[in-house]
Write a protein that binds this ligand. Structure first.
Ligand code: PLP
Ligand code: COI
Length: 356
């Protein structure tokens, strides 16, 4: 790949790779040797650098800490069977990065800088990409406001950073989920479609309460009536009903997931009818009762394809068909894994090889 920005690289003098247990990789706890960092000031991005993963000096007054001008992305890199390393559809995340930036009054990051920061960093730490099934290198790009100023106005300076780390599955089991009818993740006119840090902060109390009731995750519903399905925790949600794949249409309260797009594209290729539309809670619960819903799952970068085994609503528990016997979602997961690990040809151009 041609060098488009000048990245200064300072390599670590002490790699942590040999001390990392690749057989035990809980999500988000292990970080690779290096990180990427760039600064925005005077209207431009500058100081592109890769340096050893570690602490960064920040002032206590930076506005990201007080007013939440901060957002992130989540992407995965995979090790192919022939040893090549590829990042899955990073261009889609780069586009969403800028949609988040715009909503939060933060500067656009040119797509070439985004892609080059990822590929240079992942290439440098390529030995950190696990080769095991359902394992990958999770890539976390993020941006935050750095003006040390307590006025509620957009910052004039920002940092863009990327950290990475090897991960295993985000969910270790099939999910028992609760349909949330009190709290909301996002509201009309808000910023649910952005990967704003604050969306996740606000989800923690409802999640904690649901876990205290014995649920693994929440199904978010619309904030006006709590009558329509929106998302599944930090993933989009899909149902196979009467042989049709249905998923909530995206709107300002719903993140436009890359995995969602990937799954819908595959379903269309397989001639499975697809409907993106509003889905009521009532329709789903009735569909389960009548045995018309044969599959239900979350789709996301961290979540991959996460089977929903049970759904709780207003004190009642609804059981879905045995996840091990589900044809559609299991075929999806296998197809996606074959593609991502380079075991089948990528006819979609979704694998972005690093060091091309
Ligand atoms: N919805 C939310 C709220 C998320 O945090 C995520 C995770 O990124 C998704 C959906 C799935 O999006 P993607 O497939 O792009 O990871
Ligand atoms: C991702 O799937 O990358 C996410 O952002 C989910 C994350 C909040 C764990």
């Amino acid at each position: 790949m041609s060098q488009k920005i000048n990245i200064s690289i300072t390599k670590t003098s002490k790699s942590r790779l040999a001390d990392t247990d690749f057989d035990n990789l809980p999500f988000g706890k292990t970080f690779s040797d290096h990180m990427f960092m760039a600064d925005y000031s005077d209207g431009e991005w500058k100081n592109f650098q890769i340096l050893p993963y570690g602490e960064i000096g920040i002032l206590p007054a930076i506005s990201a800490l007080h007013y939440g001008q901060a957002f992130f992305e989540g992407i995965k890199a995979y090790k192919h069977v022939d040893g090549k390393v590829s990042i899955f559809r990073p261009d889609k995340n780069g586009e969403r990065f800028n949609r988040s930036a715009e909503r939060l009054c933060m500067p656009e990051l040119p797509l070439e800088i985004f892609l080059e920061s990822l590929s240079t960093l992942v290439n440098l730490d390529r030995d950190w990409v696990p080769a095991k099934e359902n394992h990958s290198l999770y890539i976390r790009p993020f941006m935050f406001a750095t003006d040390p100023f307590l006025g509620v106005t957009p910052s004039a300076s920002y940092k863009y950073m990327v950290i990475t780390g090897p991960v295993g599955p985000y969910f270790s089991k099939n999910l028992k989920v609760k349909i949330e009818t009190n709290y909301s993740r996002a509201c009309d006119g808000g910023f649910g479609f952005a990967k704003a840090a604050g969306n996740y902060g606000g989800s923690m109390l409802p999640n904690l309460k649901a876990s205290q009731e014995g649920f693994d995750q929440l199904i978010w519903t619309d904030s006006r009536e709590h009558a329509y399905i929106e998302e599944l925790g930090a993933a989009n949600v899909m149902f196979l009903m009467d042989g049709t794949l249905i998923t909530p249409s995206t709107r300002d309260t719903i993140l436009k997931g890359v995995t969602r797009d990937t799954v819908l594209t595959l379903a269309k290729k397989w001639n499975v009818p697809v409907e993106e539309r509003r889905i009521s809670v009532e329709e789903v619960l009735k569909g389960i009762k009548e045995g018309r819903i044969s599959d239900a799952f979350g789709v996301g970068t961290a979540a991959t394809i996460a089977h929903i085994a049970e759904i709780g609503h207003n004190g009642e528990l609804y059981t879905l068909p045995d996840p091990a016997k589900r044809e559609f979602s299991n075929k999806l997961l296998n197809t996606l894994n074959d593609l991502r690990y380079g075991r089948s040809s990528d006819g979609f151009g979704w694998n972005y090889l690093v060091n091309r």
